[in-house]
Design a protein around this ligand. Structure first.
Ligand code: HSE
Length: 441
């Protein structure tokens, strides 16, 4: 049988990896897919570089529309990124009846509803294993492997750049800005690393996972996002002394406890995690996703979340899936978001005020009688129970001290109110540092 003809839009790091792995492992991939898979056409503005990668194995063009217009192309791989031209091209490919494989988490997190609806109408597949956690087959695990389960929560280290920065800050006691520079010179962080360090990239990925886990639409605009740029080395140190590591987590959690509104928490923020958890020991640029589900219990998925061949591994897995399923009745394929399109849930994304979690607070206070009692009183009044307290000499002078408080779980609304009252005390000398804490048990 003639090999499936694939068109590749954008041949940068991941595109080159895809081309090379597909060529290197072609025999094995063909035995799995039941048919050869060939990148027949590549579109890239830098045609010279593209030709260097593909040699005479594929036709190189500068106009991506020429790939979509080619009737011999069955699958289009979109590796351009962003929401602009990439969206136009993905929509055009769908309209042209092509199956689409993409690594574009931003596009799917923001415009997924429109894109999946168009694909459903047209009977084509949109595959996006590479969009979340790079080489880790987390979409496959959530959508198929765990299909028997009610997913309770997902907590993931899903941005390698920030995990690298946090690991270095902890290992070497360095400040954020210095490690960021190091990450940039090592090529981990982009020249403009905003999406990574401010948690946006992780929120794109968490949004996609929340949709698949709970059968809700992708709702990036409702995700709570807080990055690591304000994190201080001393909090990493104090957390360590209390038996925790700080990780940037993407969390999606089903809430249906008595007294709470039923819904989904969708949040990305730095988080204290007990250092005995496996996920707390995921270091450097590695990714890991922990899933708690009712039947299977806890599962953990670990691997490279970025890079040329790890991401290519996910792209090619999608190509094989499409090759196997393209002749199947569209209604019998695995639904894009795991649940049948007419069985989606309208569970709301909860506001942060409704989130229940525990906290790490660091206060710089005047070292005088009764300060701790006043703070404990305010917390008690807000129904917030203290779990642990640590007092350490402050850095600035002998008259002040660092007070670190770990709390039990409480409503974020109550914590906000308590923090405002504590901040107003004259003996609290600096803005309170608040970092959320998850036991992940
Ligand atoms: N910039 C991402 C990261 C990689 O640092 O994990 C691609 O999602």
């Amino acid at each position: 049988m003639k090999p499936i003809q694939v068109g590749l839009l954008g041949i940068g790091t991941v595109g080159s990896g895809t081309f090379e792995v597909l060529l290197r492992n072609q025999e094995e991939i063909k035995r799995r897919a039941g048919r050869g898979i060939e990148i027949a056409m590549v579109a890239d503005l830098d045609t010279e570089r593209a030709r260097q990668v593909v040699g005479n194995h594929a036709q190189v063009v500068s106009d991506a529309k020429a790939v979509i217009a080619n009737p011999d192309i069955d699958i289009v791989i979109e590796l351009i990124g962003g929401y602009g031209i990439a969206k136009q091209l993905v929509m055009a490919a769908i309209e042209a009846g092509k199956h689409v494989v993409t690594a574009n988490k931003a596009l799917l997190a923001v415009h997924g509803t429109e894109i999946f609806a168009a694909a459903h109408r047209r009977g084509v597949m949109i595959c996006f294993e590479a969009a979340v956690a790079g080489g880790i087959p987390i979409i496959k695990a959530l959508r198929e492997g765990l299909t028997a389960n009610r997913i309770e929560w997902i907590a993931g280290i899903i941005n390698g750049t920030t995990n690298f920065i946090l690991s270095e800050m902890r290992d070497k006691g360095l400040p954020f800005a210095e490690v960021l520079q190091q990450a940039q010179s090592l090529g981990y962080a982009e020249a403009d690393p905003t999406f990574d360090i401010e948690g946006v990239d992780a929120a794109h990925k968490a949004t996609i996972m929340s949709a698949i886990a709970y059968g809700i639409p992708v709702q990036f605009d409702k995700a709570y996002i807080e990055g690591i740029s304000k994190l201080q080395a001393q909090d990493i140190r104090y957390a360590e002394q209390l038996g925790y590591r700080i990780k940037l987590l993407g969390i999606a959690k089903r809430v249906n406890a008595k007294g709470s509104r039923e819904g989904i928490e969708l949040r990305v923020h730095p988080c204290l995690v007990p250092n005995k958890r496996l996920i707390a020991n995921v270091e450097g640029a590695m990714n890991a996703v922990m899933i708690q589900a009712d039947a299977v219990g806890t599962t953990l998925y670990y691997g490279k979340g970025a890079g040329s061949e790890p991401t290519a591994s996910a792209v090619i897995a999608d190509l094989v899936d499409v090759t196997r399923l393209m002749t199947a009745d569209p209604l019998n394929r695995v639904p894009h978001l795991a649940f049948q399109p007419d069985s989606m849930s309208d569970l709301p994304i909860l506001s942060m005020d409704e989130v229940r979690t525990s906290y790490y607070l660091r206060l710089v206070v005047a070292d005088e009688t009764g300060v701790l009692a006043k703070i404990a009183g305010i917390l008690a009044q807000a129904d917030i129970s203290i779990d642990a307290v640590l007092q350490r000499p402050g850095s600035e002078s002998k008259q002040e001290t660092d007070l670190i408080i770990l709390t039990h779980a409480c409503l974020e609304l109550h914590m906000n109110e308590a923090m405002a009252s504590i901040q107003a005390l004259s003996s609290v000398l600096a803005p309170i540092v608040r970092i959320r804490k998850e036991e992940l048990s």
